[in-house]
Design a protein around this ligand. Structure first.
Ligand SMILES: [Fe+2]
Length: 327
């Protein structure tokens, strides 16, 4: 489907109401294939670092030393269609919405149905939703905090891609009454409890049926599409269909092995208004103090990145300026 101006305008409406927006493909097939080739080389180049630093299949862009590769990736993140979509956010929320670091490429991120805690369902903004300072920030009408994901393949029957629970961004203490959030969230919690207690029984449940039970939706993106989703919505890596799962090996709770041509790559960045970024940074400092993983180091490293070429440097420079103000 061609990317019309109407769709761009709809982006902030969809994001506001449903908690996510799926943007139709803005990449040519050639560009998608070239990106996949580059990602494959990068995962190979940084194999050791990936093993040392984390179990997640997540490659940080601030590790990159090759300026040309860096430039290609920054150009993807700040592509015209994405900036256009975010401009409509800026108008709706009355505050400029930026593409911001951390930038990372995820490879074959999914969920082992037995080993993944909570069957993979989580909120990125869990920390922001439980701290009095950030709860106050997210009451602000100018609060925007979410993720940008660019997908380099369709979300097919293989694991990877993203599932969401639409509208769950409002089902939290800061936004809704106890009664309103009780039923949908309780259903998910019930299912997660069942999974914790009886993982071997859980895997016998038909995924499609239970997705309906918790009002969840698999985002059926095409190759080259992008998704903007609110950090408060419940989401997880798509599981894959029952028939392919029989033959898929998981080497970690979130990492499966797929043949190269079926491998799923997603390029992620943060999207935020200034208020949203403040909340995010506050949470990252808190995480660091508590000894949890924090992205503060990656954010600082990103301030040093100087990609060249393309027309994106203006947007990236603005993002870096905002970031340096709040770090
Ligand atoms: Fe997430």
């Amino acid at each position: 489907m061609p990317f019309s101006d109407n769709i761009i305008e709809d982006s902030s409406n969809n994001y506001f109401h449903n908690g996510y927006f799926l943007g139709s493909s803005f990449l040519s097939e050639k560009s998608t294939l070239e990106s996949r080739e580059l990602f494959s080389i990068l995962f190979d180049t940084y194999k050791q670092k990936l093993q040392q630093t984390q179990s997640f299949p997540r490659l940080q862009i601030d590790w990159l030393t090759n300026q040309k590769d860096l430039s290609v990736i920054i150009n993807l993140l700040y592509s015209k269609k994405i900036i256009q979509a975010l401009n409509s956010f800026s108008e709706r929320y009355g505050s400029k919405v930026y593409v911001l670091p951390p930038f990372e490429i995820m490879k074959n991120y999914s969920n082992d149905r037995i080993k993944s805690g909570g069957i993979g369902w989580h909120r990125d903004a869990d920390g922001e939703l439980s701290d009095p300072i950030t709860i106050e920030l997210l009451q602000d009408p100018q609060f925007v905090l979410g993720k940008l994901g660019i997908y380099f393949q369709e979300n097919n029957i293989f694991p990877g891609g993203i599932d969401v629970i639409p509208e769950s961004q409002y089902l939290n203490k800061a936004n809704s009454s106890l009664l309103k959030r009780l039923i949908p969230i309780s259903k998910l919690r019930l299912l997660q409890k069942f999974h914790d207690l009886y993982p071997n029984l859980y895997v016998k449940i038909n995924e499609k049926k239970y997705m309906k039970f918790i009002n969840a939706k698999k985002i059926s993106n095409n190759s080259g599409d992008f998704v903007l989703f609110d950090s408060r919505i419940f989401h997880r890596g798509s599981i894959g269909s029952e028939e392919v799962l029989k033959d898929v090996e998981f080497i970690d709770e979130h990492l499966c092995v797929l043949p190269e041509e079926k491998t799923k790559y997603v390029l992620y960045g943060l999207i935020a208004s200034e208020i949203g970024l403040k909340a995010y940074i506050h949470d990252q400092h808190k995480r660091k103090e508590k000894g949890f993983d924090s992205t503060l180091e990656a954010l600082n490293n990103c301030l040093e990145l100087e990609p060249y070429g393309g027309s994106v440097n203006k947007h990236f420079d603005e993002a870096k300026e905002l970031l340096s103000k709040h770090l």
